[in-house]
Design a protein around this ligand. Structure first.
Ligand SMILES: [Zn+2]
Ligand SMILES: [Zn+2]
Length: 201
């Protein structure tokens, strides 16, 4: 019996379950899909970014064949699909290029120079950490990389990954400054960082 009437609370587990995360490039290795997968959605609010990212992930994304007219300046300056406003207007007004609302906007990818600067900053921070913290960080980096791999996101979001890493570094740096007396670091092994405790396979 598959369905008991009125029984909303399911007692048995779902029969058919995906064993792996959906990956749009599993059976499709075309350049078009690769290209679309590498798009970094920016100049939009978080909500619109999610919507467009969803389209990319589930292969609903249709790139523009030619620039669209911006709703603000009337120029053919909209280069990203699903955006209705050009980046320039969006920056001037501080609004999302898709829903045109004044919200927090996801910035575009950093320039080469910014990337180099960030890399150097990260290296310096890492160097300044004590050995134990450094290992915590490397473990975190590993975990993040594995996660990305599982989600099939290796190509994409290199920058957001870097931001995550940077945040983690800063966090370690800050906690380093104020936890000297809180616990004894002399013993290795059991990390007291709760976010490293979850087991993943
Ligand atoms: Zn415009
Ligand atoms: Zn929006």
């Amino acid at each position: 019996m598959s369905l008991q009437k009125g029984n909303v609370q399911r007692t048995r587990p779902q029969k058919h379950r995906n064993h792996t995360v959906f990956k749009n490039s599993l059976h499709d290795t075309s350049n078009r899909t690769k290209l679309i997968n590498s798009i970094q959605v920016s100049d939009v609010c978080m909500r619109c970014k999610d919507i467009i990212d969803w389209k990319i992930k589930y292969k609903k994304y249709k790139p523009l064949s030619q620039p669209k007219t911006c709703v603000k300046c009337g120029q053919k300056s909209v280069k990203q699909a699903y955006h209705v406003m050009c980046s320039d207007c969006s920056k001037k007004l501080g609004v999302c290029t898709k829903c045109c609302q004044k919200k927090e906007i996801v910035p575009g990818p950093p320039t080469k120079n910014e990337q180099i600067k960030l890399d150097n900053e990260m290296k310096a921070l890492l160097q300044s950490l004590p050995e134990r913290r450094r290992r915590t960080f490397l473990r975190y980096m590993d975990k993040l990389a594995k996660q990305k791999k599982q989600e099939g996101d290796e190509l994409k979001d290199k920058d957001s990954e870097k931001n995550d890493l940077m945040d983690k570094l800063k966090e370690l740096k800050i906690s380093e400054d104020d936890d000297d007396d809180d616990f004894d670091d002399s013993e290795d092994g059991q990390s007291s960082n709760s976010d490293n405790d979850e087991k993943q396979d």
